[in-house]
Design a protein around this ligand. Structure first.
Ligand code: GDP
Ligand code: MG
Length: 177
């Protein structure tokens, strides 16, 4: 038999978006390699990781793009979104500002993203409940308003990370096939 690449049925691109330091890179490293970094460096430019997933009898290769949520990388925005079928839109439950900025991210998604894009809203750092500034209900009601699937996650404790990515990938598969 050949390598997985020869045998995979679909290749999906998905992107991570949200403010700096909400935990995008750690969600990705947790999902792709089961790794977490207490002291991670800000992402420079664009990075990506792959994970192979079986959905029903199909083999899917998910290519997940990660970038720094910063204005100085504006120039890459349209190429970042190009061809992406899914997005994980991430905020930090301990920083209200990252939740308020979701409006800006949703606007950008509508401007640059594919209209059929599967968007999952993620409130990360659920392990830091004592510092919470955004309630579970606030996350849920925004998700309802915008028609998004929603989960709170902890990249640190590995809570719901797999669920968030797998929901996105499974939905993309439904939309795309
Ligand atoms: P990014 O800028 O959105 O890519 O954020 P990073 O993944 O670099 O994470 C920023 C900081 O938050 C790092 O110090 C991480 O260790 C920390 N972090 C990320 N996810 C979690 C989490 O679920 N819980 C806690 N307590 N810290 C986290
Ligand atoms: Mg990062």
């Amino acid at each position: 038999g050949g390598s997985f690449d020869d045998e995979c049925d679909y290749l999906f691109k998905a992107v991570l978006i949200g403010d700096s330091a909400v935990g995008k890179s750690n969600l990705l490293s947790r999902f792709a390699r089961d790794e977490f970094y207490l002291d991670s460096k800000p992402t420079i430019g664009v990075e990506f990781a792959y994970r192979n997933i079986k959905v029903g009898d199909k083999l899917i290769k998910a290519q997940i793009w990660d970038t720094a949520g910063q204005e100085r990388f504006r120039a890459i925005t349209s190429s970042y979104y190009r061809g992406a079928l899914g997005a994980l839109l991430v905020y930090d439950i301990t920083r209200k500002g990252t939740f308020e900025n979701l409006k800006k991210w949703l606007y950008e998604l509508r401007e640059f993203g594919n209209p059929d894009m599967v968007v999952v809203l993620v409130g990360n750092k659920s392990d830091l409940a004592q510092s919470r500034e955004v309630s579970l209900e606030e996350g849920q009601s925004l998700a309802k308003l915008e028609g998004l699937f929603f989960l709170e996650t902890s990249a640190r404790e590995n809570l719901n990370v797999e669920e968030a990515f797998l929901h996105m990938i499974t939905k993309i598969h439904e939309v795309a096939s």
